[in-house]
Design a protein around this ligand. Structure first.
Ligand code: CS2
Length: 509
């Protein structure tokens, strides 16, 4: 898991260790919550506790806990991965009683650190599956929130159906009492809730997917139906699945990032989180068993979030992808470092204005100023303090293209629009897979979802192999003569004139 908590060196002697026992000694420059944490009880179970959820959902819940009568909304984090790294992560979180520092950097240089206490417990399900089941099947739990990655929903890209043939799914269907997958765990807990005559709850996806609530519903009903059609019916009637648009940049936290925030805070945090000052959450107000007072802490509760999702994913996540590969090839490693290059800024602005906004006018949510939105994306990416890594954004391109860029590219193709930027993206992705930039530097591409077929294709030496891989397959780029020509041009410009010249050319197109 690329967003998991990074390991830390044991060189924190001079700094304060974080736990319930040390809360009275928090340094004055760090804000600490003022609610009575001992009174907070579990109301939310979160599966997939990574940097993002701790910077986003847990931060909104933290703010709610400061309001009157909200103490029933504490979060219990659940880890469901097997293996040593997950056990270690659980130990670290538990050693701090779920407490962590959240450091926010604003684009104008402001920095603030606070202690977040909203995650009151953390369970590692593989070590104690029964405890996880008992908790989710207890009356107090009214929301299960998820950050399990774009691919975690196990939906077939072509059929859009839940994949039943997957090993974990088959295993959990055959052994419902000892689930290992997120589907087995939650559906078994829902089965127990139904047997006990308890009410249903909300399953809230916080992943960056189009219609994430609808996708989640499809996945859980698909699994439940294979187990017992009546249970699927009960879930359909008793569980709600709000759609939501989530937005907050949370970079990877390795040793050097952790050392930086620790020296600022004076706290030796085993699990620190770094983020930007910006945060947005637009959620469909469809919480069948109630919710914290999200409306009072800046969450935008809407009846329809689809337009917000489209705008955010095509502009922000799309720009991230458009940026990461050419920028890595230019030799940059950090997002803000690349944004200091004026050509990169004009290339990204051209992408947003001429490849996306030009064609999404009619779906723009009322009251959203797309020019201001574009400017704010450039400002957020340029924030030097947050230290976001291009390699984090490049991660899993072959899955993320189809989510964040394929609609934009297919519109460009069907409208006969400029293809220079799309072609540069494909050419730089091809180069990126080789793990070296055009300045002699190296990096490690992480593409865990490239299929065996993709790998064979790439090894075949076919001239347009990259365009036929699962990353772009849906778009039929290899069959499009105009695209092939632009792709050839981008590729050769990158190697003969250099990646900066290729970017400049694409920016001007
Ligand atoms: C990034 C996101 O990983 C990615 O593809 O684009 O993690 C991005 O930082 C968040 O969606 C921001 O809300």
């Amino acid at each position: 898991d690329f967003n998991c908590i990074a390991s830390m060196p044991a060189n924190h002697k001079a700094l304060l260790r974080l736990s319930n026992e040390t809360l009275d000694h928090i340094p004055a420059n760090v804000q600490c919550f003022t609610y009575d944490r001992e009174k907070v009880t579990p109301g939310i179970v979160h599966i997939g506790v990574g940097n993002f959820s701790r910077a986003h959902l847990a931060m909104y819940v933290e703010q709610c806990l400061h309001l009157p009568a909200q103490e029933e909304w504490g979060i219990v984090g659940i880890g469901i991965r097997q293996g040593h790294a997950s056990v270690r992560k659980a130990e670290k979180v538990q050693s701090q009683n779920g407490l962590y520092t959240l450091t926010e950097y604003s684009p104008n240089g402001g920095v603030s650190t606070r202690i977040v206490g909203s995650m009151i417990r953390y369970l590692h399900a593989p070590s104690d599956p029964q405890a996880a089941l008992d908790l989710i099947a207890s009356p107090a739990i009214r929301i299960i929130s998820l950050t399990i990655t774009e691919r975690g929903y196990n939906i077939d890209e072509k059929t859009k159906e839940f994949v039943l043939t997957n090993n974990d799914v088959q295993r959990d269907l055959a052994n419902p009492d000892t689930p290992r997958s997120v589907f087995g765990l939650i559906v078994q807990a829902l089965y127990l809730r139904r047997s006990k005559g308890l009410r249903g709850l909300t399953i809230l996806s916080c992943d960056n997917l189009k219609s994430n609530g609808d996708v989640t519903r499809k996945a859980f009903l698909g699994f439940a139906h294979a187990r017992e059609p009546e249970l699927a019916m009960w879930i359909a009637q008793n569980v709600s699945f709000p759609n939501s648009m989530v937005d907050r940049i949370a970079p990877l936290v390795g040793d050097s990032e952790a050392a930086k925030v620790d020296s600022h805070s004076g706290i030796a945090d085993e699990t620190p989180v770094i983020t930007e000052s910006f945060s947005q959450w637009v959620v469909e107000d469809k919480f069948i068993a109630g919710r914290p007072k999200f409306d009072q802490v800046g969450v935008e509760l809407q009846t329809d979030v689809a337009k917000f999702e489209v705008i955010k994913q095509r502009l922000l996540n799309g720009s991230h992808k458009m940026l990461a590969y050419p920028a890595l090839i230019c030799g940059y490693r950090m997002v803000d470092e690349a944004l200091r290059d004026k050509i990169v800024v004009s290339y990204l602005t051209a992408f947003m204005k001429r490849d996306v906004i030009r064609f999404v006018g009619e779906i723009c949510p009322e009251g959203v100023d797309l020019d201001a939105y574009t400017a704010s994306i450039i400002e957020r990416f340029s924030n030097p303090a947050i230290g976001d890594q291009l390699i984090r954004i490049a991660f899993n391109g072959c899955v993320k293209f189809s989510i964040y860029l394929s609609n934009t590219f297919s519109t460009l193709l069907s409208k006969g629009a400029t293809l220079e930027r799309a072609a540069l993206l494909a050419a730089s992705f091809e180069k990126y897979l080789g793990g070296s930039d055009l300045k002699g530097g190296r990096f490690t591409p992480h593409e865990p979802h490239l299929t065996e077929e993709d790998k064979k294709l790439l090894a075949s030496g076919e001239p347009y192999a990259i365009l036929k891989t699962s990353a772009f397959a849906k778009l039929n780029l290899a069959e499009n003569e105009k695209f092939r020509q632009k792709f050839d041009e981008a590729r050769s410009r990158m190697t003969t004139e250099g990646p900066e010249a290729a970017l400049a050319f694409a920016a001007a197109a």
